[in-house]
Each structure stands twice: as C-alpha cells, then as structure tokens.
Design a protein around this ligand. Structure first.
Ligand SMILES: Cc1cc2nc3c(=O)[nH]c(=O)nc-3n(C[C@H](O)[C@H](O)[C@H](O)COP(=O)(O)OP(=O)(O)OC[C@H]3O[C@@H](n4cnc5c(N)ncnc54)[C@H](O)[C@@H]3O)c2cc1C
Length: 365
C-alpha cells in the first residue's frame, strides 16, 4: 500500500517505520523544519542535549515499547527526581517521608510518619482525599499542607484556573507517598537516548520504504494520492474547526545560559508557590554532560493562541471532552483517515503511550 503519515513526531515516526517494515510505501510529512515533533532536541555548543519543547524523560513499563525504541538507541540510565521549593526547602516530589522530615520539626515529622505507616503501611501512595477521610487531625493537617503548598498555587499557574474548576478527581488524586524512594517515576525502564531523541527518530526513519518531507503542511488534496492517511495533527484543525477550537494550555520556555558548571542541584526544580514560572529544567543532568557552562529553561504556562504559540496540554474538562467527541464521531466516518497521536486523540500521552498507540495501529495494517 501507499501510505501518507501526517506528522513526524514520535507517533508518526513509529507508525511510519512499522508500516515500512511490513513492505508498505510510506511518505511522512511535517509542517515543521525538523523531525521528532515535541521530542525534538539538539546538542548546543557546550555539548549539552537541550530539549526544545521542555524536559523529556523516557519511562515505561511497556516491554514492547522499550524493545522497539531500543533498536534505535542506547540509553543513558537516568532516574528522574523532581525537587520542589517549599517553605525554603528543596524537597522531593511526590511528597514522601523524606519530604515530611525536611519541612516539619523532628517530633512532628515522626508523629506524621508513624500515623501514615500505621494507617496505610509502607510503600503506598495515598491520595490526599483519602488522608482527609481518616478523621485524624494530624493527617488532615498534612493533607491540607500538601494541597496548599504543592498543588494549589502550582495548579493556578499551570492551568490558569482554580482546582475546583478542573475535574474534581484531579484534586483528590494528589498523593503523599508513604516511602523513601525519591524518584519521580517508578517504571521499570527509564532513561534518555544516549544521542538524543532527534537522533533516535532519524534512525527510525532510515528505511528504504520511508520518504520524509519537512516544511510540508497537510492539505486534503494530498489524500487523493494515497491508499490511506494516518494523521497526528490537531483533529479540530483537520475539520476546519467546524464545531469550535479544542482548548489547550501552552508554555513559554525561556532558555538561559550561565557561565558556570551548574545552576541548580537537580535536573528539574518546581516552584509551586514562588514566581510566575512553574519549574526550571537544567539539561546537562540528563546525559551527565561535563561542561564549563550550563543551560536551563524557565517554564511559563500560558493560554494557547493559534498561530502564536504551541499546543501543549489538552485541558481536560467535561465540555472540552464533549467537543472532542463530536470531532471523534466525524473522524470515525472518515474511512480513509486514521487519527492518533497527542493532537489527533486530544489526549496527553507520555512518549511510551504515544509509541504504544502507534504500535497498535500498525498491527491493523
Ligand atoms: C512540556 C512537556 C513535557 C513532556 N515531558 C515528557 C516526559 O518527560 N516524558 C514523556 O514520556 N513524555 C513527555 N511529554 C509528552 C511527549 O511530548 C509526547 O508524548 C510526544 O511528543 C507525542 O508525540 P506525537 O507524535 O503524538 O505529537 P507531536 O510530537 O506533537 O508531533 C506531531 C507532529 O505533527 C506535525 N503536524 C501537526 N499538524 C500538521 C499538519 N497539518 N501538517 C503537517 N504536520 C503537522 C507537528 O509539526 C509535529 O511535528 C511531554 C510533553 C510536554 C508538553
């Protein structure tokens, strides 16, 4: 078959590769002048791997995804940790027993630890909603503290709205982790592609059955020349916004270079309560790069405005999901087009989920 894949992010590239390996002819187009979509990265003058669209750390428990990507890269075994500046302390997130000992006086921390262990046992993630239900005033205090210091102000910045305007399930899910593992992800496989994400994607595209055209936006007339179209662009754009625009949250990244080896103590530090930015990422940590200078990005959430900035996070609210469903119904009627990827499905996907979805689609063709 002769296939067109729209979008050369990790979703489109994965699908393109798998279809080509099945013997199909695949053309992949992208409106950008670079491959890898939002996973795009580059090595700067200091040899630091900079992620243009924000810090990307690969993590997965999905064995086939890990195996597939590992065909195109070796990995730097990076285990992600996030610190948050809370009451002047840089504490591990998710908020855990170590965080508790850092921010509270010794006796109080010991009491909270004891109560958490007694009530929930070691190594459990407890949503603050559950803490509130225990009827214990110390645990209630802890739940309120985490809500206020970790969640509330961060949410106001990140989403530009109050937590109660978000799906209520989200608020209650903020966890305290009854354990001492300071990692942010607990997945079996975690790492950064040794030569970066862009190189990984470029290797994936190196196949005689694949042609890539950059700076090539999709037009509906293109479909006539192909047996089927796989579309990872925005689903509302494909249908000319006939039901209205699907809302997204966007981000602005201010990249700053410092003339010293390190800027901060960790790859990512969150600022839930202070400043307008939500976090600062320092890129040299991801591949353990040694250099005299360093580069960081300050991350400022902002509204998505078409033509002005990028779509980042779908805003998960009932009315937006209802709007998406209208487009999905239209999409299901398009026999010659398959919609997928984070923009095609209007869904936040981590890299592994994007790859997995592409693997599933490829298995049907
Ligand atoms: C700030 C941020 C941090 C993240 N960090 C992580 C992380 O640490 N770990 C993790 O696993 N995941 C992370 N992710 C998720 C990750 O970025 C996505 O899983 C992944 O990029 C999705 O790939 P995709 O191919 O579906 O979409 P994209 O990467 O967006 O690719 C879509 C491509 O389609 C092209 N396109 C769109 N419309 C058209 C059109 N009409 N014509 C032609 N081309 C078009 C676009 O130019 C783009 O290149 C993060 C996401 C964000 C927003």
């Amino acid at each position: 078959m002769n296939y067109l894949v729209v979008g050369c992010g990790i979703s489109g590239a994965t699908l393109g590769r798998l279809l080509a390996e099945k013997g199909h002819k695949v053309t992949i187009i992208d409106s950008r002048d670079e491959v890898a979509g939002n996973c795009y990265d580059y090595f700067d003058d200091d040899g630091i791997d900079v992620h243009k669209y924000g810090t990307h750390i690969f993590h997965t428990d999905i064995e086939p995804v890990w195996k597939f990507l590992s065909r195109f890269t070796k990995w730097y075994p990076f285990q992600h940790r996030v610190l948050a500046l809370i009451d002047g302390q840089e504490v591990p997130l998710p908020f855990n027993l170590n965080s508790i000992h850092q921010v509270f006086p010794e006796k109080m921390a010991a009491t909270l630890e004891e109560k958490l262990l007694e009530k929930f046992g070691f190594n459990r993630k407890v949503p603050i909603l559950e803490l509130r239900k225990t009827g214990d005033k110390d645990l209630q205090f802890l739940a309120d503290y985490i809500y206020e210091k970790v969640f509330l102000h961060y949410t106001l910045k990140q989403w530009g709205m109050k937590p109660e305007d978000l799906d209520p399930a989200v608020t209650g899910r903020v966890p305290v982790y009854v354990g001492r593992d300071n990692r942010y992800f607990y997945a079996k496989y975690q790492g950064i592609p040794l030569e970066g994400y862009t190189k990984l994607v470029k290797k994936m595209l190196r196949h005689e059955g694949i042609k890539v055209h950059l700076k090539t936006p999709f037009t509906k007339e293109m479909a006539e020349h192909y047996d089927h179209v796989f579309y990872t662009g925005p689903i509302d754009e494909y249908f000319d916004y006939k039901y209205g625009e699907l809302p997204y949250r966007s981000l602005r990244f201010d990249f700053i270079r410092f003339d010293r080896p390190f800027f901060q103590d960790n790859s990512v530090i969150n600022y839930p309560c202070n400043y307008d930015f939500t976090r600062i990422g320092e890129y040299k940590y991801f591949l353990g790069t040694k250099s005299k200078r360093t580069v960081v990005s300050y991350e400022y959430p902002q509204a998505f405005v078409r033509g002005e900035n990028e779509r980042y996070y779908p805003i998960v609210r009932d009315e937006n999901i209802a709007l998406y469903k209208k487009y999905r119904e239209e999409a299901d009627r398009e026999a010659k087009v398959t919609f997928f990827g984070r923009l095609g499905d209007y869904k936040y996907y981590d890299i592994d989920k994007s790859v997995n979805r592409a693997i599933e689609i490829a298995s049907q063709y």
